[in-house]
Design a protein around this ligand. Structure first.
Ligand SMILES: C[S@@+](CC[C@H](N)C(=O)[O-])C[C@H]1O[C@@H](n2cnc3c(N)ncnc32)[C@H](O)[C@@H]1O
Length: 561
């Protein structure tokens, strides 16, 4: 293939940001570091991280089973490392020996079998589809946007990505009608824009007509990928959980102890909840709450699959997690020693904060829509009717199962009394600007980023009240945005003098950002003070650990008087 062909048919994406956001991140990280972060975000981690359910099995047993599974699969052959060694290994970080890594590989240079003179047949997929494919998924029918004419089942095709393009008014869109025909010629829609956005070569499982006619199924079997990572979909269910390393570390930072009462305020789908339960050897009580009813069911399902019984799930808005004792209503007060079905004292949000809350809800809604597997409908509201309270009370009296895993219903909670938990995890909803691979980041503005921070501070206000004196609060996000990380920590430490940053074990992330930033509109954001930066963990996607971008702060709760 000629050199210009290589340039076109390769994978070398440039992450697009809102210009003001880019300026802000460049100030925060420095231009070179931010360029490295931006590049790292466009790639998947080079390994899959697997948390072993030590309540059911051991890492040695899992390694043995995975080795067999990989050896038996076609992918496995491709995963064997260049020196012939196994791609599967145990994590060497003390305390994390129950974590197993499976190395992938890439980026690989793919032979697209033809070049500019004789372009390959192509299938153009949505960005979300491409991001999933880069993580190891197949190309499914709903993700296909366009395809070359006369493609038949069994044809070899190059798969490329349709990226959002800037509009005249600072907006972004993919102006492409599903079913568009590609010629592989410069006259094609988005011909130039697709350059450097080829993610692999595969074999069509359907003809072009089939791809746009059938509702689901695999459209392309992508056998030759830019990144090769094994897909562990439905593998060793209940025995393993695919989880990013920083998320596992967040559960360790909480340092849960057997017999304690722990609240996970934004728990779904339950990755950290189940990690915490395993660290507690399934002894004690973990209250796992989430705003979304369907997502709470996911937590129940995961808990049941993993055989964990110490998890109680509730549908609860984290902004309304605290119920004050003077709002107790006899008819809904604690039943059987449970103190979760209570009338709630809700803090009113200012218009700005309503906006923040709405923005965050919208971004959550956006994320939800994008999750192909999810069938969830956003819940219309979190208000609890008297009928619901009566029903809930009845269920409790009749003796609810501890994990409520059966029956497909999530108990609604109206909040918990202050100081009622030993430890609280607030793994907050966030801009998710640390998740990898990410091919586009243009939608977040400095205002939306700040609004995420406001929403998180409101949640933290609730969390602080729920931890008992002497207890622990862990705050985490999966974003690189300082407004949602360091600025939230600054807010917490300045507002609540009884909070102090506590050391975390293990500490494998880097330091947080010290300083402040004045936005062009005059808004000043304060980050950490000197001496605080080593107390938090900031996982840098461009660092050697090769993780997602993630942030963890651990607070000790002193006397609240
Ligand atoms: C980052 S995810 C949590 C991931 C989870 N901790 C895990 O490890 O699997 C954030 C979660 O917050 C939930 N959420 C968003 N707003 C919420 C709110 N106001 N109250 C409770 N949960 C909320 C979302 O439904 C989402 O499941």
């Amino acid at each position: 293939m000629d050199p210009s062909g290589w340039e076109r048919y390769c994978y070398d994406p440039v992450l697009r940001w809102n210009p003001e956001v880019e300026d802000y991140f460049i100030k925060a990280y420095g231009p070179d570091h931010f360029a490295r972060i931006s590049k790292a975000l466009t790639r998947p981690s080079s390994y899959s991280c697997i948390r072993v359910n030590t309540v059911k099995t051991t890492s040695d047993a899992v390694i043995e089973k995975l080795t067999k599974i990989l050896n038996d699969s076609e992918d496995g052959l491709k995963l064997v490392q260049s020196d012939g060694s196994s791609p599967i290994s145990k994590c060497q970080i003390p305390g994390l020996e129950y974590v197993v890594f499976v190395n992938g590989s890439g980026p690989h240079r793919i032979e697209y079998e033809s070049g500019l003179e004789n372009p390959p047949k192509e299938v153009l997929v949505s960005r979300k589809c491409a991001e999933a494919v880069l993580r190891g998924a197949q190309v499914y029918v709903p993700g296909v946007l366009a395809c070359t004419a006369h493609v038949e089942k069994g044809d070899a095709v190059a798969v490329c990505v349709a990226m959002e393009q800037p509009g005249d008014e600072g907006d972004w869109s993919v102006n492409m009608t599903r079913g568009t025909t590609l010629q592989g010629l410069p006259t094609d829609p988005f011909y130039c824009e697709r350059s450097g956005l080829y993610i692999g070569m595969g074999t069509t499982m359907l003809s072009r007509a089939g791809m746009f006619r059938v509702p689901h199924g695999i459209a392309v079997d992508l056998s030759n990928r830019v990144f090769r990572l094994p897909s562990f979909h439905n593998v060793l269910e209940g025995e393993i959980f695919l989880q990013n390393l920083p998320s596992i570390v967040a559960a360790h930072a909480l340092d849960p102890q057997k017999g304690e009462r722990i609240l996970d305020m934004c728990a779904a789908p339950g990755g950290k909840t189940t990690a915490i339960a395993i660290l507690m050897k399934d002894e004690g009580e973990i209250v796992a709450a989430d705003r979304s009813h369907n997502k709470v069911l996911d937590v129940q399902k995961l808990s049941a699959e993993m055989g964990l019984t110490c998890i109680t799930t509730y549908k609860l808005d984290a902004l309304k997690s605290v119920c004050l004792p003077n709002t107790l209503n006899d008819s809904t007060a604690s039943v059987n020693g449970e103190n979760s079905v209570l009338l709630t004292s809700h803090s009113e949000l200012s218009p700005n904060e309503e906006m923040a809350s709405d923005a965050s809800k919208r971004s959550e809604a956006g994320k939800l829509r994008e999750e192909k597997a999810s069938t969830e409908q956003l819940n219309g509201g979190d208000n609890v009717s008297q009928a619901d309270i009566r029903k809930n009370k009845g269920r409790l009296k009749n003796g609810r199962g501890r994990t409520q895993c059966q029956g497909g219903r999530a108990g609604k909670s109206q909040g918990f009394p202050p100081n009622s938990f030993d430890r609280v995890l607030l793994d907050a909803p966030c801009s998710a600007l640390g998740l990898r691979p990410r091919l586009f980041a243009g939608l977040e503005t400095v205002i939306s980023l700040r609004n995420h921070g406001r929403y998180q501070r409101k949640m933290l206000d609730q969390a602080v009240q729920l931890v008992r004196v002497g207890g622990i609060l862990v705050y985490s996000t999966c974003t690189i945005n300082p407004s949602e990380n360091e600025a939230v920590v600054r807010y917490a430490l300045d507002k609540y003098k009884f909070l102090s940053l506590a050391p975390q074990h293990p500490r494998i992330g880097g330091p947080g950002l010290v300083g402040r930033w004045e936005f062009p509109d005059g808004y000043i954001e304060e980050w950490l003070k000197p001496g605080e930066e080593e107390m938090v963990q900031k996982f840098d996607p461009s660092s050697e650990l090769d993780t997602i971008g993630f942030f963890i702060a651990k607070f000790s709760v002193g006397s609240k008087d």
